[in-house]
Design a protein around this ligand. Sequence first.
Ligand code: TXA
Ligand code: MG
Length: 321
Amino acid sequence: MSIYLPTAENIASAAKLIQQGELVAFATETVYGLGANALNAEACEKIFKAKNRPHFDPLIVHIHSLEQLSELTEDIPEKTLKILNHFWPGPLTAVLKKKLIVPDIVTAGLPNVAVRFPKHPLALSLLRAANLPIAAPSANPFGYLSPTTAKHVEEQLGNKVSFILDGGECDCGVESTIIDFTKEVPELLRHGGIPREEIEKICGEINLGKAVLEKPLAPGQLASHYAPATKLVILSKNELPKEGLRYGFLNCGEMPQGINPAVVEQLSLKGDLAEAAHNLFSALHRLDELKLEVIYVYELEENGIGAAIMDRLRKAAVKLH
Ligand code: TXA
Ligand code: MG
C-alpha cells in the first residue's frame, strides 16, 4: 500500500525520504505533486524518469517561507514582493531570477526559477518537516490528466512512487497560475487557480505570454497535455454532438436539450466555475475509465477561473491518437 494518511508520523517519514533524495507524492490545494529535494539534481532526475517528462520542461519549486525564497532567488524588487505577499500562500507560481544553488535540471538550464508557496496544510507540513525546497510537477505521467486525489496518483504512478501522502481532494482542482516577474511588465505564462482578473487588481495590467496567446486550436499545434486516453471534443454553442456514438458528456449548469449521451458528468449544477474547476480532472478520470468513443463538452465562459478550465480542455482536446 503506498497511500499514507497525513499523520505526524507519516509526514515525518515522507520528509525523511525527501531528505534522502527519494520521491514523495503529496497533496497541494491545486493538484497532487510529485516531489523531490529541489537542491539535489539526482533526486530531481527521478521525477523526470518517473513521469517520463522531457528535460526541457522545467519544474516548480515549492517553499514554506519567504526566507526560503531568498535562498533560491536573487534580490526581488519591493513591488514584486508585495504581490507575492498578497497571494502567498496560494496557487500562484512566480518566475524569478535564480541563484546558483538551484540545479540546472530544475530550470531546464534557464536563468530563472519558478517558485510556489502552497497553502494546503499537508504540503506546508511536509515542506516544514523536510526543511528543504521541494521541486514538484503534477504527479501524473507526462501529458496525462492531472491527479486531484491520492487514488489518481496511485492509479497513474503507483509503480513509480512508493509514498503518496493523502491530503484528500484538492480544493482548487487546476494548477497554479504562473507569472513571470523577471519581465518589465509581469507576464502570464499559464492560466490557473488564481484568475488573471484577481492578479491584475493587485499587479496592474499584465501581459499575456506566448503560450497563453497561442490557444491550441488545431491538433498538432502544441504538445498534448492534461489529456485523457479517450478523445475529447469541445463543441461551440450551436454545435451538436455526433449521434450514433457512445459518448460521455461533460456538463456545466443546465443540461442542454436534445442530446443523448451514454453518461453525463456534471461539473457544477449551478454553473459555478470554481466548483467546475474543482471537479474537472476527477470527472475526466471517471469518464476515461468507461472506454467511451468520445467525450463532448460545450465551451465554457473564459472569465475568472473559466480561462484555466478552457486552457486545460483545449490542451486535452489536441491529443493525437
Ligand atoms: O499547481 C501547480 O503548479 C502544480 C502543483 C504540484 O504545485 N505543479 C505543476 O507543475 O503544475 P507542472 O510541472 O505540471 O508545471 C510546471 C510548468 C512548466 O511546464 C512550465 O510551463 C512552468 O511551470 N515553469 C517551470 N519553471 C519555469 C521557468 N523557470 N520559467 C518559465 N516557466 C517555468
Ligand atoms: Mg503538469
